[in-house]
Structures are given as C-alpha cells and as structure tokens.
Design a protein around this ligand. Structure first.
Ligand code: GTP
Ligand code: MG
Length: 236
C-alpha cells in the first residue's frame, strides 16, 4: 500500500515537472555578428517551416531616439521537439557592430538566463573578424560585469547578473558539415570540430569565470538541429 502511494507520488511529481517544463518561460538572448542567421532563427522559433532567404538589404535595424537605439520587444515562442515543449522569450537584435551595445542592454535588462551566440562558416574562412570580435566583446562584458546601464533598475539588476549558460552555435551547418563533422556528430563530440577553434580562448575564459558553455551546430534556414540544440541548452 505504501509502495503504491509512493509510486503515485513519484508519478505526480514527474507529471508536475513536465507541466512545469512545458509552461515555464525562459529568457533567452540571441546575439551574433551580421548575417549569421539570427532573424531566420527568430522566425523559425516563432513558426517552424520552410524559411525564406533574407536579402542583405533587409538586415535587422533599430530606431534611434536621440542618441540611443530602442530595444526590440521580446516575443514568446513555443518550441516543440518529440512531444516535449518549452516556452522561450527572445528578441531579435541586429548584428552590426553599432548594435553590439544593444546586445548587452537586452541581455541585462531582461536578465537572460541563456545566451546564444551565433556565428557561421565565414568565421573560419578568414572573413569573420566581426564574428570573433563580437564574441570577445560579449565575453569581456560578461567577465568584467561592466554593463552599460539604461536605467536605475538595470543598474541594480546588472550588479548581480550572470547567465546560467552560454551556447555557442555554428550556424549554416549545411555549408560546412563534412565527413569529420558527421563522425564527431555521431560520437557526440562536435565541440572538437575545427569550426569552433577561433573561439576557444574565449570559451576558456568563460569557463574560468564560472560561466558554463555548450557548443552546437545548427542550420536555421532548413531548421536542422534547431529545437534539439535549444532544448539541450534549456535542460542543461
Ligand atoms: N546556407 C544557409 N544560409 C542561412 C542559414 N540561416 C540563415 N541563412 C542566410 O543567411 C542570411 C542572413 O540571415 P539573417 O537571419 O538575416 O541574419 P541576421 O543574423 O539576422 O543578420 P543581421 O540582422 O544583420 O544581424 C540570409 O540570406 C539567410 O537566408 C543556414 O542555416 N544556412
Ligand atoms: Mg537580423
């Protein structure tokens, strides 16, 4: 009898946890240099499907009021993967270097629990100074905790802020996924792929500063490994 009551309790607890996971909303910040696929990801998370190509003249832009860019509004997204559901809030911030400060503003103002930094194969092809520099900028801000505050509230919040996890995403995997990648993928060792090499020093700096990191691949335009990677991050 007691055993039965026990298993009913465990059942109820698991059920409760599932409900909690399905409904709790997570604050996620998505950053990265220009043209790496952040807007595509934002749209895909809103509605998965066939994603259109976004031309270069439709890069994400932000309005300025006096001297400051206005923060974009976060929107709510429901992720679904193999019967599991997760709710996240994220905003689509631009990637050009004039918006880099806005990443930090968005991250600290919303106290993002998870930070996704996205880059693509250009970082490895030698045309990615802005991608590598963008990550360094983000890591510097996280380690120094010298955030630029927009108001008293974010100043107060920023003093204690640190994300639970930073996820480094190599996007456009359709372009760089080779035999080696397939092998590492199967063995669950993608973090060793050379595409992450330019970022290793900064990943180590985060590790030393006590901020956990994950590395993953995505191809946002075809929706490959998007939900899995985000769920792995949330369930870390
Ligand atoms: N091959 C490939 N192209 C992609 C992928 N994801 C996005 N792209 C393309 O990359 C280009 C830039 O995508 P965006 O989503 O606009 O990039 P962004 O990061 O929002 O750029 P900014 O708004 O300037 O910061 C578009 O032409 C996309 O179609 C992908 O997985 N594979
Ligand atoms: Mg964009």
């Amino acid at each position: 009898m007691a055993a039965m009551a026990g298993s009913a309790l465990v059942g109820a607890a698991l059920w409760g946890q599932q409900i909690y996971n399905n409904w709790k909303s997570r604050r996620v910040g998505i950053y990265g240099a220009s043209m790496v696929g952040k807007t595509t990801l934002d749209r895909y998370m809103t509605t998965p499907g066939e994603m259109e190509e976004i031309p270069i003249d439709e890069r994400t832009d932000h309005f300025k009021i006096l001297t400051r860019y206005v923060l974009p509004r976060p929107t709510r997204k429901r992720l679904r993967y193999k019967g599991e559901r997760r709710v996240v809030h994220s905003a689509d911030v631009g990637g050009e270097d004039r918006f880099w400060n806005l990443w930090i503003d968005d991250m600290v103002a919303r106290q993002c629990e998870y930070v996704v930094f996205m880059f693509d194969d250009r970082a490895f092809a030698g045309q990615g100074i802005d991608q590598i520099g963008g990550f360094r900028f983000l890591v510097d801000s996280l380690i120094r905790r010298q955030y630029r505050y927009r108001n008293v509230k974010s100043w107060w919040k920023g003093k204690k802020y640190s994300p639970r996890l930073v996820l480094l995403v190599a996007n456009k995997a359709d372009r760089f996924f080779d035999k080696k990648a397939a092998q590492l993928w199967q063995e669950g060792r993608i973090g060793e792929h050379k595409i992450f090499d330019p970022f290793r020093d900064d990943l180590i700096r985060l590790q030393k500063a006590g901020i956990p990191t994950q590395r993953n691949f995505m191809a946002t335009r075809i929706g490959w490994n998007v939900e899995q990677a985000l769920m792995d991050m949330i369930d870390y």
